[in-house]
Design a protein around this ligand. Structure first.
Ligand SMILES: Cc1ncc(C[n+]2csc(CCOP(=O)(O)OP(=O)(O)O)c2C)c(N)n1
Ligand code: SF4
Length: 271
């Protein structure tokens, strides 16, 4: 589906997410790509919090809030139940934050990937536990200050290489993406939905309050991450990650660090 053809209809509308939230944009794009025949499972995270204000919700498709560690188990079981009912046209989507994926939900995800059921697991990566006040996760990048890596005690390890963990499960489809590249992301969601087996997409979602930049710069910041070589858009093909987009211009990573308050101490340490 070309960007010019995406449906006008909003299936996620009226969220309480912050202005400029990359993660809520990822939900909207996912639903534009999948349409109404989708079910979302969301664990404890920003997306469940900003989507649950009973009796309303921004979701126009069924959505289940799951315990923090159990997204993989829920989507695997739900997929099995739908198959049993003969409902093969419904896409089950697990939509979990980086904390809920690379840390606390990892064993459940691993079991689901191994189990072979049909689903899309999407990790929306805002690079910290944002909902509870920006604590570091395994996906927090080197140099980032968070509530648990404060000030000059910034994160001293690189992001966990989640894609190598996922690839080790030998699943039929896995990809990395970024909300700043909507065509690339929509293509990947639709490719994953067409596969009769477990699929995984890891989408980078800039977060204005957690990363420390003005709300209107979300798309630009995501593009900078790719143009600076700090994030890449790839697909797993025959056991290897192949780029799906090569930036026309390369930027110095110092520009990316300078644009975000979370790298302030890291920058000053660099002199
Ligand atoms: C077992 C358990 N531990 C802790 C929490 C509290 N909690 C709710 S959301 C959240 C942060 C989630 O972080 P992440 O998965 O990265 O998603 P984000 O909030 O960044 O969207 C935490 C720690 C919880 N709900 N359940
Ligand atoms: S804290 Fe970040 S991820 Fe959470 S709703 Fe706000 S912008 Fe989105």
């Amino acid at each position: 589906m070309r960007l010019t053809e995406i449906p006008q209809e909003e299936l996620y509308q009226g969220s309480l997410g912050c202005s400029g939230c990359g993660s809520t944009l990822a939900v909207r794009l996912t639903l534009k790509a999948l349409g109404r025949r989708a079910i979302f499972v969301v664990p404890a995270a920003c997306i469940s919090t900003v989507s649950c204000y009973f009796p309303q919700t921004p979701f126009r498709v069924p959505m289940l809030v799951m315990a923090f560690a159990a997204t993989g188990a829920a989507i695997s079981g739900m997929s099995a139940a739908l198959k049993r009912q003969g409902k093969s046209d419904i896409t089950v989507v697990g939509f979990a934050g980086d904390g809920g994926t690379v840390d606390i939900g990892l064993q459940s995800l691993s079991c689901a990937l191994e189990g072979g059921r049909k689903f899309i697991y999407i990790c929306y990566d805002n690079e910290a536990y944002m909902n509870t006040g920006v604590q570091r996760s395994g996906a927090t990048p080197y140099g980032a200050t968070t509530a648990t890596t404060p000030g000059r005690h910034f994160e001293d390890k690189p992001k966990k290489d989640m894609m190598r963990i996922v690839a080790a499960h030998d699943i039929p489809y896995a990809a990395t993406a970024c909300v700043s590249y909507p065509q690339d992301y929509i293509d990947k969601v639709q490719r994953a939905a067409a596969i009769d087996g477990p699929t995984y997409i890891h989408v980078l979602c800039p977060c204005p309050p957690g990363w420390g930049y003005p709300t209107e710069r979300t798309i630009e910041i995501g593009r900078m991450a790719v143009e600076c070589g700090l994030w890449s858009l790839t697909e797993l093909r025959d056991g290897r990650f192949v780029p799906t987009h090569t930036p026309r211009r390369r930027r110095d990573p110092s520009q990316y660090y300078a644009a975000q308050a979370r790298f302030r101490e890291f920058r000053s340490g660099q002199g």
